[in-house]
Design a protein around this ligand. Structure first.
Ligand code: SF4
Length: 71
């Protein structure tokens, strides 16, 4: 089982928090974060990154169901 991770580049404000939390998954390119890999093994830190994104720009899905950010 794996999770899919997306960053909305139009919404991202380039805070860099996600890349600091999980550099294996997120990288800051200029003023916008992108994903190093869109498919990740389940990892609580990826959900933490989605939860803590100040722009709510990160979406984590499992089998098409949104699991992050958490409510
Ligand atoms: S935490 Fe959110 S706003 Fe900050 S760089 Fe990552 S995706 Fe962009």
């Amino acid at each position: 089982m794996s999770w899919k991770v997306d960053v909305d580049g139009d919404t991202c404000i380039g805070s860099g928090m996600c890349a600091a939390l999980k550099p294996e998954v997120f990288v800051l390119e200029g003023a916008t974060a992108t994903v190093v890999t869109g498919e990740v093994e389940p990892d609580e830190t990826v959900l933490d990154a989605a939860d803590s994104c100040p722009a709510m720009a990160i979406e984590v899905t499992e089998k098409g169901e949104v699991i992050g950010p958490r409510p």
